[in-house]
Design a binder for this molecule. Structure first.
Ligand SMILES: *[C@@H]1O[C@H](CO)[C@@H](O)[C@H](O)[C@H]1NC(C)=O
Ligand SMILES: *[C@@H]1O[C@H](CO)[C@@H](O)[C@H](O)[C@H]1NC(C)=O
Ligand SMILES: *[C@@H]1O[C@H](CO)[C@@H](O)[C@H](O)[C@H]1NC(C)=O
Ligand SMILES: *[C@@H]1O[C@H](CO)[C@@H](O)[C@H](O)[C@H]1NC(C)=O
Ligand SMILES: *[C@@H]1O[C@H](CO)[C@@H](O)[C@H](O)[C@H]1NC(C)=O
Length: 281
């Protein structure tokens, strides 16, 4: 028989544990993930849950067969933290690596055990959509508006998600208004819409699809950073396989409900999704 005080103590322990999904925990664990990718050592990852799954470019994979076994040198790593879902999102730019990569990674943690349930990455390199890691690291480096949002100016979780959702809802419903700031710029694989005028809203340069239904949206939302990242399947991107959704991640920085920056990575099945290289130069 357990004494009431011991029961109370255990309950306190349990609730304390499940309340541990703080920014500090997520930052520490995500830093460990970044370091593990740097070393190319899966053994350096934070603890994995028994039900742990690894997914690379939408394909479930043995983590030992994935990019995490390759040491990478990063020019930039940026992470955001979703304490509500106990999840993180990381953008890794490895432009000066011998084999350049840009990687977007979503990590889901079990908030009770603090172990990792899922690592899902979109891993892009030279054969992928608009890929130019040199461009990615350069344009990312000149973006000035990535500081934490002051508490009184923070959007709600719902407002941040709505901005990202509107962007994709527009792809099959031309009546949707996408909330964009001026300036607004999109970094797509390494190509930058803002290159001609950094003060303008160049996210709205037209060319949005009108018949693409974006499904399977997976969100990581950080109110402090004003960021929503969506992992999703992008049908129609690969011209050679128009019916197969390509693995894609779009990170949106949202300020006052309006999109300020978009960073995208999109995997292809055929070389450059069947597009000539000049298309985005
Ligand atoms: C990630 O970026 C931080 C600075 O933002 C840096 O201190 C750290 O060394 C980077 N990690 C790796 C593995 O490159
Ligand atoms: C930070 O993460 C490392 C690796 O997962 C872990 O060993 C350490 O206990 C963590 N520290 C804190 C303060 O959470
Ligand atoms: C990649 O981006 C850099 C920086 O914008 C640019 O100088 C370079 O020409 C681009 N390379 C290709 C292959 O598009
Ligand atoms: C767009 O796709 C969504 C999801 O399938 C659907 O609910 C909506 O009706 C579509 N909108 C239009 C205008 O076709
Ligand atoms: C750049 O964009 C801003 C804002 O839209 C506009 O006021 C300005 O005239 C543009 N500059 C050039 C050189 O086009």
């Amino acid at each position: 028989m357990l004494f009431p005080s011991l029961v109370a103590g255990l309950w306190l322990l349990a609730t304390t544990a499940s309340a541990e999904c703080t920014r500090g925990f997520l930052k520490n664990a995500t830093d460990a993930y970044v370091a593990a990718q740097g070393f190319g050592q899966t053994s350096a990852l934070p603890p994995l849950a028994d039900s742990f799954a690894y997914v690379e470019n939408s394909v479930p994979l043995d983590i030992k067969a994935g990019v995490l076994t390759t040491p990478l040198t990063f020019d930039s790593n940026r992470s955001v933290y979703d304490t509500t879902q106990c999840a993180s999102f990381t953008e890794l730019i490895a432009a000066s690596n011998a084999h350049p990569y840009v990687i977007h990674t979503r990590i889901l943690f079990d908030s009770d055990s603090q172990r990792i349930n899922l690592i899902a990455s979109v891993v892009t390199d030279s054969d992928d959509w608009a890929f130019n890691a040199t461009g990615y690291v350069y344009w990312n480096s000149i973006e000035t508006s990535w500081a934490p949002i002051p508490p009184e100016k923070r959007d709600t979780r719902a407002a941040i998600q709505a901005a990202g959702d509107a962007y994709f809802n527009r792809w099959n419903d031309t009546s949707v208004q996408i909330p964009m700031a001026t300036p607004c710029a999109r970094l797509e694989g390494g190509a930058y819409t803002g290159r001609g005028n950094l003060s303008a809203n160049t996210c709205d340069i037209g060319g949005f699809p009108s018949t693409i239904v974006v499904t399977n949206r997976q969100y990581v939302i950080d109110e402090e950073m004003g960021v929503v990242d969506l992992f999703m399947g992008f049908p129609g991107l690969d011209r050679t396989y128009p019916d197969i959704p390509m693995p894609d991640s779009h990170m949106f920085r949202v300020e006052g409900g309006l999109i300020r920056y978009i960073h995208t990575v999109s995997g292809c099945r055929s070389v450059r999704c069947g597009m000539p290289r000049q298309e985005w130069e």
